[in-house]
Design a protein around this ligand. Sequence first.
Ligand code: GDP
Length: 297
Amino acid sequence: SQKIRSGLAKTKGVFAGVFDLLRGKGKVDQAFLDELEKRLYLADVGTQATTQIVERVRQAFRDKEITGEVEAFVQQQLRELLGNEDRGIRWSATRPTVILIAGVNGSGKTTSIAKLAKYLQDQGKKVLLAACDTFRAAAVEQLTVWAQRLGCDIVKQQQGANPAAVAFDACERAKARGYDVLIVDTAGRLHTQTHLMKELEKIHNVVARQIPGAPHEVLLVLDATTGQNALAQAEQFSKSVHCTGIILTKLDGTAKGGAIFTIKQKLGLPVKFVGVGEQLDDLEPFDPEAFVAALFE
Ligand code: GDP
């Protein structure tokens, strides 16, 4: 889409010119491989994936007169790294489908929840929000403002309330009023990492007790501009709850979109949505084909 293309303005410059190095040479040489390696690395594709791709290119084109297919080959490698699993939301057979949203403060969690709610509302879904980040007054307020803008119902309590109690109330309301989707915000920072993960587990357990099969999705919000740090966060969260996918935010502001490859390779977690701006409409289902194509434009 257009948004992905313009959103990726910084990431996509990464491969610009690299294939020009092949022009007139007639073969893939070390200078080209070095440059390719550098560009993959700069795009934050990650050491392991970078080495793998460069090696495959070396092998595939060793002693071979090139006919211009190197670029297509590299694109194919990148697409394969991303896999082709289903990236759609896992809908529950019965209402409501529960989506738990986790992520550290500043990652774009609140904005992503609002964008996701809008995306689902646009599909005709009745959405309920649960403000379970009760540790931060601003989080509840911010989510409330978004809910008002969206014309979306929200379950909340005062700051400092037990997040598990808010989750319980939200499940009850979602069932009683026939909501299609319940999106649950969770804390983004607590005194300790252990505390944070414990709270997340508690909310997870309440939701699982109240609604069969819930949570149906646990989406982790990661800030693409943090590159490989995003990976460390994903590893941390994955230890306490079973994550089902990633919302990768701020792809519009970074040259580090390549983190997508590492997340997939190291954690096996699919990126399901990408954030490409600060507005409500700036969330898109992740499309690996379009993403890889944009990198080479
Ligand atoms: P939270 O602390 O994780 O809830 O983060 P917020 O949702 O408050 O977002 C933090 C900042 O990042 C805000 O200024 C958002 O507007 C901004 N933001 C969130 N998602 C995106 C995105 O996809 N692109 C850009 N450029 N900014 C974003």
